[in-house]
Design a protein. Structure first.
Length: 241
């Protein structure tokens, strides 16, 4: 099949899956920002997006997109390295017009994947997963089930820990570099490759990436310092590392 066997087809799959993931990040970032202004409002969103059928379908679809995107990225990177052979060692300096992010997308992608694993451990495993296990008839501690929708408390308990806060900052910085290159590269692959729109999509990519990362970063900072509505949550639950 063309989409899976040719380099161009694989780049198209990467571009489309990447664009879908960017849209998800915008939604997820916007949802998380609610926690800064209203802990109750954020918890209502968490309850709405619990183990309902539509949330589970969306979660499965999102997981498939991530796997597809990463696998194709790895295959293309290995193909490019094989094609270049020893030539990739011939020049020590970065070629003119080639960004640092474009030369390190695989490393950045690995950091992003590891950060996602940490994020799943800190939030998904404590919120949606217990509901799924309960639906399957497995035993889940009552206090765990009681707190599955208390997302604001999990934000505070996670980001009040300096280690977690620092790891999330590193993750978000890597995500910014990954997105700034990925967005305009995807648009170029999908055919928006003339000189005018090439520059425009580069700017759009930088702006969108910055908005996403700053939005997530604001939640980390608010959780760490107990700012906004999260400050009251921190006082109520006495969060600590």
């Amino acid at each position: 099949m063309w989409l899976s066997k040719s380099s161009v087809g694989r780049k198209v799959v990467m571009s489309v899956s990447g664009a879908a993931l960017v849209l998800f990040l915008l939604f997820h970032m916007s949802m998380n920002l609610v926690a800064i202004f209203s802990a109750e409002g954020y918890n209502m969103i968490c309850e709405f997006l619990g183990a309902n059928w539509y949330a589970l379908v969306a979660t499965a679809g999102l997981a498939a997109l991530v796997v597809l995107h990463f696998v194709y990225a790895f295959i293309l990177t290995m193909q490019n390295r094989k094609a270049r052979g020893s030539q990739r060692y011939a020049v020590a300096e970065r070629p003119k017009g080639v960004s640092w992010a474009s030369q390190n997308m695989l490393v950045l992608g690995i950091i992003v994947i590891l950060g996602m694993g940490l994020h799943l451990f800190n939030f998904w495993a404590k919120m949606q997963l217990p509901e799924v296990l309960h639906m399957m008839g497995m035993d889940v501690e009552p206090n765990v089930m009681f707190n599955v929708s208390n997302g604001s408390a999990y934000i505070v308990s996670t980001f009040s820990c300096p280690v977690y806060a620092a790891l999330y900052v590193v993750w978000l910085v890597a995500l910014w570099f990954h997105l700034t290159h990925g967005i305009w590269s995807a648009m170029q692959t999908l055919g928006v490759n003339n000189k005018v729109w090439f520059c425009r999509w580069k700017m759009i990519g930088n702006v969108v990436s910055t908005i996403i990362v700053l939005g997530f970063m604001a939640v980390v900072v608010a959780g760490y310092f107990g700012m906004g509505a999260l400050g009251k949550v921190a006082l109520d639950c006495g969060a600590c590392c």
